[in-house]
Design a protein around this ligand. Structure first.
Ligand code: BGC
Length: 350
């Protein structure tokens, strides 16, 4: 009996070793550098990347940099000296990682820019993101259609809250939306009462909810004590949350249309409660699986899938990119895109 048990145990051990070995892509190590744990999306991105890369048999070194550039630099340098074969980076500040990227290049370590483009460097092999300009267009078109800007008499009052100036995506989001809305601003159908309509004026350093809230509170108290705000264009959910908090704190007029991006849990709850009109859903699982595919193609020296080779110039080179499709989300379709797809459970949105 003992003998049979022993043989069985050996068989199980041998089998599990075999599976582990067959999944192991030659001890290949992938570094994943994420900006911060403060925002829901990066936690999801990091988790999805780690899971998918490990499922593909890679060893993963996943690091979060607390939104601190010096920390991100150190973490990437440790990935280089720690033997990572490919490094995937979602930068805090696109232009500040040059010294680490140079070191990666010197060691022939391919670098993939994840979601945010790495700027001013020729050491970036590929870029995978969502179509950032399109995200803005989806927001702008939503405002155009909901206010029926082509037919309604207006004028409508609008304010804008954008993203972090250190994040190359922020300009794309703003331009995508503003290119749709600009003709109506110029014709006077949309009125930006605060007068703040340049990217510099509407930007929110670090995409901070608190900073967006403080600015929105100032705009409301200086301009909207006797007027309604019809629409507040917000580039993403963390900044939309700041605007929503400011409206709850010191605004009594008609509730505006508010845009967002990411379908964060707090914002999806606000959409369901009627406090945010829409968001743009960027399924982090889609991006993660695209990047895992890229990693595999790079390591096997296969042709890497890209679908854009002209848009993303980082100041030094135009980086071959794969752009995933962003999806419109609101209180009417969130169940099918967020719950039925397994992104959230119903309980998470209660
Ligand atoms: C991402 C957005 C995110 C923002 C703040 C951007 O680079 O593309 O999805 O909302 O950063 O983290």
């Amino acid at each position: 009996m003992k003998r049979i048990l022993c043989v069985l145990l050996c068989l199980v051990l041998a089998l599990s070793c075999l599976t582990a070995c067959s999944k192991d892509s030659g001890g290949t190590k992938v570094g994943v550098s994420m900006p911060t744990k403060d925002l829901q999306r990066w936690n999801q991105d990091g988790d999805n990347m780690k899971k998918s890369l490990e499922a593909a048999g890679y060893t993963v070194d996943l690091q979060y940099a607390s939104n601190d550039v010096a920390t991100q630099l150190k973490q990437i340098e440790a990935m280089i000296s720690g033997g990572c074969n490919v490094i995937v980076i979602a930068a805090i500040e696109g232009s500040s990682l040059g010294s680490a990227l140079d070191k990666a290049k010197a060691k022939n370590i391919p670098v993939i820019a994840y979601d945010r483009l790495l700027m001013e460097s020729d050491a970036v092999s590929y870029y995978a993101t969502f179509d950032n300009y399109k995200v803005g267009e989806v927001q702008g078109n939503y405002i155009k259609d909901t206010l029926d800007l082509d037919n309604a008499a207006g004028p409508f009052n609008m304010e804008i809250t954008g993203g972090d100036p250190g994040d190359n995506n922020a300009g794309f989001f703003f331009n995508g939306a503003y290119d749709v809305l600009k003709p109506y601003v110029e014709s006077g159908k949309l009125v930006i009462v605060s007068g703040q309509n340049t990217f510099e004026q509407i930007a929110t350093p670090s995409w901070s909810t608190e900073t967006a809230q403080t600015r929105a509170e100032n705009i409301i108290s200086s301009n909207y004590t006797d007027k309604d705000i019809d629409v507040w264009l917000c580039s993403n959910d963390s900044t939309a949350l700041g605007v929503e908090n400011a409206l709850a704190a010191n605004y009594t007029g008609k509730y505006p249309i508010i845009t967002g991006q990411d379908c964060d849990i707090a914002n999806t709850k606000n959409m369901i409660a009627g406090k945010q009109s829409m968001s743009v859903f960027k399924d982090t699982r889609t991006l993660a699986s695209q990047v895992v595919k890229m990693v595999g193609q790079i390591l096997k020296k296969e042709t890497v899938d890209v679908n854009d080779t002209s848009t993303y110039n980082n100041g030094k080179i135009t980086v071959p990119s794969f752009l995933c499709e962003p999806v419109f989300a609101d209180a009417n379709n969130y169940k099918s895109i967020l719950i039925d797809s397994g992104y959230y459970t119903e309980d998470q949105l209660k």
